[in-house]
Design a protein around this ligand. Structure first.
Ligand code: NAP
Length: 279
């Protein structure tokens, strides 16, 4: 029987098994997907040995994504741009790595707002970490005209600006109000607003009237930032869609069928998130 897994340390929190086992059952595929706790010191060996193991591939979660990038035999263009791998698969016996976070965000956006055309649009990204890098790269690939970055640590913003070039710019405190007035898409990629973390303190009262506001956090499913955006009558997008859509390509690579992100799957994972949030 084919098997895939998600590796992390710790791994108990991962919702990947819920997602992939839903699809395996839905499509009647005789395969399994499980959690595998792999210690940081064993990650490289696990990846190098994957081709001769019981697994056809794996997802990778915190804190292993950078180590796995180093360990795979072949990293594709997007994984190389990220310096991080979240999906590992075998091709002609070689262990290959990619990163699907950026495409997960874009697919979620298209799923919820099919008419939202990124070309000619200006986006503002709050945060400059791994998720920000994935989303900025994907937005640029989709034709976004300009992307401003707001981040606590300036060096990280400048690093992204250097990596992605002239369409990416830094937003400092004095520019903030004007930048928000001209923004079509505002995305929080920081962990602020996540359960147990401080709230995000970006004032959106002057944000362009019809700007779409997204938060990639999914615990809670609706952050205070999104609640505020809703009150101000902005269209909003939560983080759960990104989580579900980033899983699609791994499933297709391992099991040969592109799965659908259905309302039923969304509700299944949402209920699990809600349950954990209430505990
Ligand atoms: P990361 O690389 O560690 O980056 C964290 C970002 O948050 C940095 O920009 C950091 O700013 C900022 N930050 C953290 N605490 C802050 C604070 N107290 N004040 C101001 N800024 C703060 O993490 P990541 O991998 O990008 O993940 C970020 C978030 O996205 C997490 O909540 C994660 O769960 C979520 N995520 C969701 C999905 C999904 O599928 N929905 C996928 C990936 C990630 P500095 O640069 O100043 O440190």
């Amino acid at each position: 029987m084919r098997k895939a897994c998600v590796i992390g340390w710790p791994i108990a929190h991962s919702r990947s098994p819920l997602i992939h086992n839903y699809w395996l059952k839905k499509y009647g595929i005789d395969a399994a997907y499980e959690k595998k706790a792999v210690k940081p010191e064993n990650v490289a060996q696990f990846i190098v040995n994957l081709a001769t193991s019981e697994f056809v591939g794996c997802n990778v979660t915190i804190p292993h994504k950078e180590k796995v990038f180093q360990a795979v035999a072949v990293a594709d263009k997007i994984a190389s741009r990220m310096g991080a791998v979240n999906t590992v698969y075998l091709k002609d016996g070689a262990v290959c790595g990619t990163n699907t976070d950026g495409e997960g965000f874009i697919a979620s956006l298209h799923h919820s707002y099919p008419a939202f055309d990124l070309r000619t649009k200006t986006a503002i990204i709050i945060g400059a970490g791994g998720a920000a890098k994935a989303i900025i790269g994907a937005l640029l690939d989709e034709g976004a005209a300009r992307i401003g970055i707001i981040n606590r640590t300036r060096e990280r913003t400048l690093g992204l600006q250097e990596q992605f070039g002239s369409r990416v710019f830094e937003i400092n405190a004095t520019m903030m109000s004007d930048a928000l007035k001209n923004c079509n898409l505002l995305v929080n990629t920081t962990s602020q607003g996540m359960e147990g973390q401080p709230q995000l303190a970006v004032d959106i009262r002057h944000l362009k009237q019809d700007a779409l506001v997204a938060d990639i956090i999914y615990v809670p499913m609706e952050t205070a930032f999104l609640e505020k955006a809703k009150q101000l009558e902005h269209p909003v997008l939560g983080g759960l869609g990104m989580l579900l859509h980033q899983a699609v390509r791994g499933f297709e690579l391992w099991f040969g069928l592109k799965p659908e992100v259905t309302t039923e799957l969304y509700e299944l994972v949402a209920a699990d998130v809600q349950k954990a949030h209430e505990q």
